[in-house]
Design a protein around this ligand. Structure first.
Ligand code: SAM
Length: 429
Protein backbone atom coordinates (compact mmCIF):
# COMPACT_ATOMS: atom_id res chain seq x y z
CA UNK A 1 0.00 0.00 0.00
CA UNK A 2 2.96 2.38 0.05
CA UNK A 3 2.67 3.02 -3.72
CA UNK A 4 0.00 5.68 -3.80
CA UNK A 5 -1.36 6.58 -7.23
CA UNK A 6 -0.71 10.23 -8.09
CA UNK A 7 -4.38 11.16 -8.00
CA UNK A 8 -4.67 9.89 -4.43
CA UNK A 9 -1.44 11.51 -3.26
CA UNK A 10 -2.81 14.81 -4.57
CA UNK A 11 -5.57 14.56 -1.97
CA UNK A 12 -3.18 14.32 0.97
CA UNK A 13 -3.14 18.05 1.87
CA UNK A 14 -6.93 17.95 2.20
CA UNK A 15 -6.75 14.80 4.35
CA UNK A 16 -3.97 16.27 6.49
CA UNK A 17 -6.11 19.37 7.03
CA UNK A 18 -9.06 17.14 7.93
CA UNK A 19 -6.88 15.35 10.46
CA UNK A 20 -5.91 18.63 12.15
CA UNK A 21 -9.52 19.77 12.09
CA UNK A 22 -10.82 16.55 13.61
CA UNK A 23 -8.16 16.69 16.33
CA UNK A 24 -9.16 20.31 17.05
CA UNK A 25 -12.89 19.49 17.06
CA UNK A 26 -12.46 16.65 19.54
CA UNK A 27 -9.88 18.52 21.59
CA UNK A 28 -12.21 21.00 23.28
CA UNK A 29 -15.51 22.85 23.21
CA UNK A 30 -14.69 25.51 20.66
CA UNK A 31 -12.16 23.42 18.74
CA UNK A 32 -14.17 22.99 15.53
CA UNK A 33 -14.78 26.73 15.09
CA UNK A 34 -11.15 27.51 15.90
CA UNK A 35 -9.96 24.81 13.52
CA UNK A 36 -12.19 26.12 10.74
CA UNK A 37 -10.68 29.59 11.06
CA UNK A 38 -7.04 28.43 11.03
CA UNK A 39 -4.90 29.97 8.26
CA UNK A 40 -3.64 26.51 7.20
CA UNK A 41 -7.17 25.52 6.20
CA UNK A 42 -7.75 28.84 4.48
CA UNK A 43 -4.56 28.35 2.45
CA UNK A 44 -5.90 25.18 0.79
CA UNK A 45 -7.42 25.15 -2.68
CA UNK A 46 -11.18 25.77 -2.29
CA UNK A 47 -11.92 22.22 -3.48
CA UNK A 48 -9.56 20.69 -0.90
CA UNK A 49 -10.91 22.94 1.82
CA UNK A 50 -14.47 21.89 1.03
CA UNK A 51 -13.43 18.23 1.02
CA UNK A 52 -11.62 18.54 4.37
CA UNK A 53 -14.63 20.22 5.94
CA UNK A 54 -17.13 17.73 4.49
CA UNK A 55 -14.98 14.82 5.64
CA UNK A 56 -14.71 16.08 9.20
CA UNK A 57 -18.40 16.89 9.45
CA UNK A 58 -19.37 13.44 8.12
CA UNK A 59 -16.96 11.86 10.59
CA UNK A 60 -18.34 13.83 13.54
CA UNK A 61 -21.94 13.09 12.54
CA UNK A 62 -21.20 9.35 12.66
CA UNK A 63 -18.49 9.27 15.31
CA UNK A 64 -20.30 6.85 17.61
CA UNK A 65 -20.92 4.14 14.98
CA UNK A 66 -17.46 4.69 13.44
CA UNK A 67 -15.81 4.16 16.82
CA UNK A 68 -17.94 1.09 17.46
CA UNK A 69 -16.81 -0.36 14.12
CA UNK A 70 -13.16 0.39 14.90
CA UNK A 71 -13.35 -1.01 18.41
CA UNK A 72 -14.24 -4.39 17.02
CA UNK A 73 -10.97 -4.42 15.08
CA UNK A 74 -8.48 -2.86 17.49
CA UNK A 75 -7.05 -5.09 20.20
CA UNK A 76 -5.52 -2.09 21.92
CA UNK A 77 -6.06 1.51 20.91
CA UNK A 78 -3.21 3.07 18.89
CA UNK A 79 -2.15 6.70 19.56
CA UNK A 80 -5.02 9.17 19.26
CA UNK A 81 -3.80 10.62 15.96
CA UNK A 82 -3.90 7.16 14.39
CA UNK A 83 -7.43 6.69 15.70
CA UNK A 84 -8.38 9.98 14.01
CA UNK A 85 -6.81 8.76 10.74
CA UNK A 86 -8.82 5.54 10.99
CA UNK A 87 -12.01 7.50 11.70
CA UNK A 88 -11.43 9.66 8.64
CA UNK A 89 -10.63 6.59 6.57
CA UNK A 90 -13.92 4.93 7.53
CA UNK A 91 -15.85 8.12 6.77
CA UNK A 92 -14.23 8.41 3.34
CA UNK A 93 -14.87 4.78 2.44
CA UNK A 94 -18.47 4.58 3.64
CA UNK A 95 -19.90 8.09 3.90
CA UNK A 96 -18.23 10.12 1.14
CA UNK A 97 -17.82 9.01 -2.39
CA UNK A 98 -14.13 8.21 -2.03
CA UNK A 99 -13.27 4.88 -3.70
CA UNK A 100 -12.32 2.38 -0.99
CA UNK A 101 -8.80 1.88 -2.37
CA UNK A 102 -8.13 5.63 -2.25
CA UNK A 103 -9.54 5.93 1.28
CA UNK A 104 -7.20 3.16 2.45
CA UNK A 105 -4.13 4.32 0.50
CA UNK A 106 -4.35 7.96 1.61
CA UNK A 107 -4.98 6.95 5.23
CA UNK A 108 -1.88 4.75 5.21
CA UNK A 109 0.14 7.57 3.63
CA UNK A 110 -1.17 10.04 6.21
CA UNK A 111 -0.22 7.65 9.01
CA UNK A 112 3.31 7.43 7.56
CA UNK A 113 3.62 11.21 7.66
CA UNK A 114 2.97 11.44 11.40
CA UNK A 115 5.82 11.42 13.89
CA UNK A 116 6.47 7.77 14.73
CA UNK A 117 3.67 6.87 12.34
CA UNK A 118 5.60 4.41 10.12
CA UNK A 119 5.03 1.58 12.53
CA UNK A 120 1.24 2.07 12.41
CA UNK A 121 0.89 1.98 8.62
CA UNK A 122 0.32 -1.76 8.67
CA UNK A 123 -2.35 -1.47 11.32
CA UNK A 124 -4.19 1.32 9.49
CA UNK A 125 -4.03 -0.71 6.28
CA UNK A 126 -5.27 -3.92 7.92
CA UNK A 127 -8.10 -2.30 9.89
CA UNK A 128 -9.47 -0.32 6.95
CA UNK A 129 -9.16 -3.20 4.49
CA UNK A 130 -10.97 -5.44 6.97
CA UNK A 131 -13.81 -2.94 7.17
CA UNK A 132 -13.94 -2.60 3.39
CA UNK A 133 -14.43 -6.36 3.20
CA UNK A 134 -17.17 -6.30 5.86
CA UNK A 135 -18.79 -2.84 5.73
CA UNK A 136 -20.05 -1.55 9.09
CA UNK A 137 -23.54 -0.10 9.69
CA UNK A 138 -23.01 3.58 10.46
CA UNK A 139 -26.57 4.79 10.96
CA UNK A 140 -27.70 3.06 14.18
CA UNK A 141 -29.44 5.85 16.20
CA UNK A 142 -28.55 4.07 19.45
CA UNK A 143 -24.88 4.76 18.72
CA UNK A 144 -25.00 8.20 17.12
CA UNK A 145 -24.91 10.11 20.44
CA UNK A 146 -22.56 9.44 23.37
CA UNK A 147 -24.24 6.81 25.54
CA UNK A 148 -24.63 9.09 28.59
CA UNK A 149 -26.43 11.75 26.55
CA UNK A 150 -28.62 9.19 24.82
CA UNK A 151 -29.56 7.78 28.24
CA UNK A 152 -30.52 11.29 29.40
CA UNK A 153 -32.73 11.86 26.35
CA UNK A 154 -34.38 8.47 26.85
CA UNK A 155 -35.08 9.33 30.50
CA UNK A 156 -36.46 12.78 29.58
CA UNK A 157 -38.46 12.00 26.44
CA UNK A 158 -38.84 8.20 26.19
CA UNK A 159 -37.21 5.62 23.94
CA UNK A 160 -38.97 6.48 20.67
CA UNK A 161 -38.28 10.22 20.96
CA UNK A 162 -34.66 9.63 21.95
CA UNK A 163 -34.14 7.47 18.85
CA UNK A 164 -35.82 10.10 16.68
CA UNK A 165 -33.60 12.84 18.14
CA UNK A 166 -30.46 10.78 17.65
CA UNK A 167 -31.37 9.86 14.06
CA UNK A 168 -31.13 13.57 13.15
CA UNK A 169 -27.44 13.61 14.15
CA UNK A 170 -26.52 11.77 10.95
CA UNK A 171 -28.30 14.29 8.68
CA UNK A 172 -26.44 17.22 7.14
CA UNK A 173 -28.65 20.29 7.67
CA UNK A 174 -29.86 22.80 5.12
CA UNK A 175 -29.35 26.50 5.82
CA UNK A 176 -32.09 28.59 7.45
CA UNK A 177 -32.33 32.34 6.90
CA UNK A 178 -34.36 35.04 8.61
CA UNK A 179 -35.49 37.66 6.08
CA UNK A 180 -35.35 41.22 7.37
CA UNK A 181 -38.81 42.55 8.20
CA UNK A 182 -40.23 44.04 5.03
CA UNK A 183 -38.10 41.85 2.74
CA UNK A 184 -40.17 39.71 0.40
CA UNK A 185 -39.59 36.30 1.96
CA UNK A 186 -41.39 34.40 -0.81
CA UNK A 187 -39.27 36.10 -3.46
CA UNK A 188 -36.13 35.35 -1.44
CA UNK A 189 -37.14 31.70 -1.13
CA UNK A 190 -37.58 31.56 -4.91
CA UNK A 191 -34.21 33.22 -5.57
CA UNK A 192 -32.44 30.78 -3.25
CA UNK A 193 -34.41 27.76 -4.50
CA UNK A 194 -35.58 27.41 -0.93
CA UNK A 195 -38.86 26.94 0.90
CA UNK A 196 -40.75 29.09 3.38
CA UNK A 197 -41.18 27.60 6.82
CA UNK A 198 -43.96 28.58 9.23
CA UNK A 199 -43.02 31.83 10.96
CA UNK A 200 -41.19 33.23 7.95
CA UNK A 201 -37.85 31.39 7.94
CA UNK A 202 -36.48 30.55 4.48
CA UNK A 203 -34.76 27.17 4.23
CA UNK A 204 -32.37 26.47 1.37
CA UNK A 205 -30.24 23.53 0.28
CA UNK A 206 -27.73 25.89 -1.31
CA UNK A 207 -24.09 25.34 -0.35
CA UNK A 208 -20.96 27.41 -0.60
CA UNK A 209 -19.93 30.89 0.47
CA UNK A 210 -23.12 32.59 1.53
CA UNK A 211 -21.60 36.06 1.19
CA UNK A 212 -22.16 35.54 -2.54
CA UNK A 213 -25.83 34.55 -2.25
CA UNK A 214 -28.54 36.92 -3.49
CA UNK A 215 -29.48 39.49 -0.89
CA UNK A 216 -26.52 39.01 1.48
CA UNK A 217 -24.62 42.16 0.56
CA UNK A 218 -27.84 44.22 0.53
CA UNK A 219 -28.64 42.98 4.04
CA UNK A 220 -31.92 41.30 3.15
CA UNK A 221 -31.41 38.32 5.49
CA UNK A 222 -29.22 36.69 8.08
CA UNK A 223 -28.49 33.07 8.91
CA UNK A 224 -30.62 31.79 11.78
CA UNK A 225 -31.94 28.33 12.47
CA UNK A 226 -35.76 28.10 12.35
CA UNK A 227 -35.92 27.16 16.06
CA UNK A 228 -33.58 29.97 17.08
CA UNK A 229 -35.96 32.46 15.48
CA UNK A 230 -38.90 31.39 17.69
CA UNK A 231 -38.01 33.09 21.05
CA UNK A 232 -37.88 36.64 19.67
CA UNK A 233 -41.11 36.01 17.72
CA UNK A 234 -42.83 34.96 20.97
CA UNK A 235 -41.68 38.19 22.58
CA UNK A 236 -43.48 40.04 19.73
CA UNK A 237 -41.63 43.34 20.23
CA UNK A 238 -43.56 46.37 19.00
CA UNK A 239 -42.13 49.51 17.41
CA UNK A 240 -40.82 51.87 20.06
CA UNK A 241 -40.82 49.33 22.89
CA UNK A 242 -37.65 49.01 24.94
CA UNK A 243 -36.18 45.52 24.78
CA UNK A 244 -33.15 44.08 26.52
CA UNK A 245 -31.37 41.19 24.79
CA UNK A 246 -29.18 39.51 27.40
CA UNK A 247 -26.41 37.19 26.18
CA UNK A 248 -26.96 38.65 22.77
CA UNK A 249 -23.93 37.89 20.60
CA UNK A 250 -23.51 37.12 17.72
CA UNK A 251 -26.93 38.68 17.52
CA UNK A 252 -29.51 36.69 15.55
CA UNK A 253 -32.19 37.58 18.08
CA UNK A 254 -31.02 41.20 18.42
CA UNK A 255 -31.52 41.55 14.67
CA UNK A 256 -35.07 40.23 14.92
CA UNK A 257 -35.92 42.61 17.77
CA UNK A 258 -34.32 45.63 16.06
CA UNK A 259 -36.00 44.74 12.75
CA UNK A 260 -39.35 44.76 14.60
CA UNK A 261 -38.71 48.43 15.42
CA UNK A 262 -37.86 48.03 19.11
CA UNK A 263 -35.19 50.06 20.90
CA UNK A 264 -32.82 47.25 21.74
CA UNK A 265 -29.99 47.09 24.27
CA UNK A 266 -27.83 44.05 23.49
CA UNK A 267 -25.61 42.88 26.35
CA UNK A 268 -22.95 40.21 26.10
CA UNK A 269 -19.83 39.65 28.15
CA UNK A 270 -17.73 38.83 25.08
CA UNK A 271 -16.46 41.98 23.38
CA UNK A 272 -15.14 39.77 20.56
CA UNK A 273 -18.55 38.27 19.85
CA UNK A 274 -20.16 41.70 20.12
CA UNK A 275 -17.98 42.81 17.20
CA UNK A 276 -19.76 40.22 15.05
CA UNK A 277 -23.09 41.51 16.35
CA UNK A 278 -22.11 45.07 15.37
CA UNK A 279 -21.06 43.87 11.89
CA UNK A 280 -24.39 42.09 11.48
CA UNK A 281 -26.34 45.19 12.53
CA UNK A 282 -24.36 47.28 10.05
CA UNK A 283 -24.92 44.87 7.15
CA UNK A 284 -28.64 44.76 7.89
CA UNK A 285 -28.91 48.54 8.30
CA UNK A 286 -30.30 48.13 11.82
CA UNK A 287 -29.44 49.82 15.09
CA UNK A 288 -29.08 48.63 18.69
CA UNK A 289 -27.13 49.71 21.74
CA UNK A 290 -24.36 47.19 22.38
CA UNK A 291 -22.88 46.69 25.83
CA UNK A 292 -19.96 44.46 26.82
CA UNK A 293 -20.82 43.41 30.36
CA UNK A 294 -21.51 40.46 32.60
CA UNK A 295 -25.31 40.36 32.66
CA UNK A 296 -25.35 39.43 36.35
CA UNK A 297 -23.33 42.52 37.29
CA UNK A 298 -24.32 45.12 34.67
CA UNK A 299 -24.31 48.49 36.45
CA UNK A 300 -27.37 49.98 34.76
CA UNK A 301 -30.63 50.75 36.47
CA UNK A 302 -33.04 50.65 33.50
CA UNK A 303 -36.01 48.33 33.26
CA UNK A 304 -37.50 47.25 29.91
CA UNK A 305 -40.85 46.43 28.33
CA UNK A 306 -39.48 43.05 27.33
CA UNK A 307 -36.33 41.05 28.07
CA UNK A 308 -34.93 38.11 26.13
CA UNK A 309 -32.42 35.81 27.81
CA UNK A 310 -30.72 33.32 25.49
CA UNK A 311 -28.59 31.79 28.19
CA UNK A 312 -25.24 30.06 27.70
CA UNK A 313 -25.93 26.33 27.80
CA UNK A 314 -24.61 22.89 26.90
CA UNK A 315 -25.85 23.56 23.34
CA UNK A 316 -26.76 19.90 22.83
CA UNK A 317 -29.64 21.05 20.61
CA UNK A 318 -27.21 22.47 18.04
CA UNK A 319 -25.64 19.16 17.01
CA UNK A 320 -26.84 19.50 13.41
CA UNK A 321 -24.25 22.20 12.69
CA UNK A 322 -22.01 21.39 15.64
CA UNK A 323 -21.88 17.62 15.97
CA UNK A 324 -18.63 18.12 17.95
CA UNK A 325 -20.68 19.54 20.81
CA UNK A 326 -22.04 16.09 21.63
CA UNK A 327 -18.52 14.82 22.26
CA UNK A 328 -17.16 17.96 23.91
CA UNK A 329 -19.88 18.33 26.56
CA UNK A 330 -19.25 16.36 29.74
CA UNK A 331 -21.78 15.07 32.29
CA UNK A 332 -20.77 17.65 34.94
CA UNK A 333 -21.22 20.58 32.52
CA UNK A 334 -25.02 20.51 32.62
CA UNK A 335 -25.26 21.14 36.37
CA UNK A 336 -22.61 23.89 36.25
CA UNK A 337 -24.39 25.63 33.38
CA UNK A 338 -27.77 25.27 35.06
CA UNK A 339 -26.43 27.11 38.14
CA UNK A 340 -25.24 29.98 35.91
CA UNK A 341 -28.59 30.06 34.05
CA UNK A 342 -30.43 30.48 37.35
CA UNK A 343 -28.34 33.56 38.17
CA UNK A 344 -28.84 35.00 34.71
CA UNK A 345 -32.59 34.39 34.88
CA UNK A 346 -32.78 36.33 38.17
CA UNK A 347 -30.71 39.15 36.63
CA UNK A 348 -32.99 39.21 33.58
CA UNK A 349 -36.14 39.24 35.73
CA UNK A 350 -34.93 42.32 37.65
CA UNK A 351 -34.88 44.25 34.36
CA UNK A 352 -38.51 43.53 33.41
CA UNK A 353 -41.01 46.37 33.98
CA UNK A 354 -44.19 45.46 35.86
CA UNK A 355 -46.53 43.89 33.28
CA UNK A 356 -43.58 43.25 30.97
CA UNK A 357 -42.53 40.03 29.19
CA UNK A 358 -39.50 37.83 29.67
CA UNK A 359 -38.50 35.17 27.12
CA UNK A 360 -36.07 32.56 28.40
CA UNK A 361 -34.48 30.14 25.96
CA UNK A 362 -31.63 27.66 25.63
CA UNK A 363 -30.45 25.62 22.65
CA UNK A 364 -30.11 22.61 24.94
CA UNK A 365 -32.01 19.34 25.02
CA UNK A 366 -31.37 18.89 28.72
CA UNK A 367 -34.40 19.48 31.01
CA UNK A 368 -32.21 20.91 33.82
CA UNK A 369 -31.45 23.85 31.53
CA UNK A 370 -35.04 24.27 30.37
CA UNK A 371 -38.15 22.98 32.13
CA UNK A 372 -36.48 22.59 35.54
CA UNK A 373 -34.82 25.99 35.27
CA UNK A 374 -38.12 27.76 34.68
CA UNK A 375 -39.93 25.73 37.36
CA UNK A 376 -37.28 26.71 39.93
CA UNK A 377 -37.42 30.35 38.80
CA UNK A 378 -41.22 30.51 39.14
CA UNK A 379 -41.02 28.92 42.59
CA UNK A 380 -38.75 31.73 43.82
CA UNK A 381 -40.34 34.58 41.77
CA UNK A 382 -44.05 34.87 42.70
CA UNK A 383 -44.47 37.98 40.55
CA UNK A 384 -43.81 35.99 37.35
CA UNK A 385 -46.06 33.47 35.58
CA UNK A 386 -45.92 31.58 32.29
CA UNK A 387 -47.61 33.44 29.44
CA UNK A 388 -48.57 30.35 27.45
CA UNK A 389 -47.75 30.10 23.76
CA UNK A 390 -50.40 28.91 21.33
CA UNK A 391 -49.83 25.83 19.17
CA UNK A 392 -47.65 26.84 16.23
CA UNK A 393 -47.07 30.37 17.58
CA UNK A 394 -43.94 32.03 16.24
CA UNK A 395 -43.53 29.23 13.71
CA UNK A 396 -42.76 26.66 16.42
CA UNK A 397 -43.63 23.07 15.45
CA UNK A 398 -47.00 22.17 16.98
CA UNK A 399 -45.49 19.08 18.57
CA UNK A 400 -43.23 21.31 20.64
CA UNK A 401 -46.04 22.86 22.72
CA UNK A 402 -46.02 21.53 26.29
CA UNK A 403 -49.14 21.42 28.49
CA UNK A 404 -47.84 24.42 30.50
CA UNK A 405 -47.54 26.58 27.37
CA UNK A 406 -43.73 26.51 27.11
CA UNK A 407 -42.00 25.01 24.08
CA UNK A 408 -39.69 22.03 23.91
CA UNK A 409 -38.58 21.95 20.28
CA UNK A 410 -36.89 18.65 19.45
CA UNK A 411 -34.64 18.21 16.39
CA UNK A 412 -37.05 15.82 14.65
CA UNK A 413 -40.06 18.11 15.08
CA UNK A 414 -39.45 19.49 11.58
CA UNK A 415 -38.81 17.56 8.36
CA UNK A 416 -35.13 17.97 7.56
CA UNK A 417 -34.41 18.67 11.23
CA UNK A 418 -34.30 21.79 13.37
CA UNK A 419 -32.20 22.86 16.33
CA UNK A 420 -33.35 21.67 19.73
CA UNK A 421 -34.57 24.56 21.91
CA UNK A 422 -36.49 25.20 25.09
CA UNK A 423 -38.47 28.46 25.13
CA UNK A 424 -40.63 29.95 27.88
CA UNK A 425 -42.51 33.23 27.70
CA UNK A 426 -43.11 34.68 31.15
CA UNK A 427 -44.98 37.77 32.28
CA UNK A 428 -44.39 39.95 35.30
CA UNK A 429 -47.46 40.82 37.33
C1 SAM B 1 -26.31 31.11 23.26
S1 SAM B 1 -25.16 32.38 23.02
C2 SAM B 1 -26.17 33.72 22.51
C3 SAM B 1 -26.64 33.68 21.08
C4 SAM B 1 -27.36 34.96 20.70
N1 SAM B 1 -28.46 35.27 21.58
C5 SAM B 1 -27.89 34.93 19.27
O1 SAM B 1 -29.09 34.77 19.06
O2 SAM B 1 -27.08 35.08 18.35
C6 SAM B 1 -24.76 32.80 24.67
C7 SAM B 1 -23.99 34.10 24.84
O3 SAM B 1 -23.93 34.36 26.24
C8 SAM B 1 -22.77 35.12 26.50
N2 SAM B 1 -22.59 35.08 27.95
C9 SAM B 1 -22.24 34.02 28.72
N3 SAM B 1 -22.25 34.36 30.02
C10 SAM B 1 -22.62 35.66 30.07
C11 SAM B 1 -22.81 36.59 31.14
N4 SAM B 1 -22.63 36.24 32.41
N5 SAM B 1 -23.18 37.85 30.82
C12 SAM B 1 -23.36 38.22 29.53
N6 SAM B 1 -23.18 37.39 28.49
C13 SAM B 1 -22.83 36.12 28.76
C14 SAM B 1 -21.73 34.45 25.65
O4 SAM B 1 -20.65 35.32 25.38
C15 SAM B 1 -22.54 34.09 24.38
O5 SAM B 1 -22.35 35.08 23.40
Amino acid sequence: MSDIPDSDAAGLPARAAALDLLAAALGGRTGLDEGLSRPALGALEPRDRAFARALVMATLRHLGPIDAALQGRLKKPPPERMVHILRLGVAQAFLLETPAHAAVATSVALAGRQKGGDKFKGLVNAVLRGLVREPPALGDPDLLAPSWLYARWRAAYGEAEARAIAAVIAQAPQTDLSPKAGADAAALAAELEGEMLPGGTVRTARRGDLAGWPGFAEGRWWVQDASAAVPARLLAARPGETVLDLCAAPGGKTLQLAAAGAQVAAVDRSAERLKRLAENLKRLGLAAETVAADATAWPDSRTFDAVLLDAPCSATGTFRRHPDVLWAVKPGDVAALAAMQGKLLDAAARRVKPGGRLAYCVCSLEPEEGEAQVAAFLARSPDFAIDPADAGEGGAPEASLRPDGTLRILPHHRDGGTDGFYVARLRRA
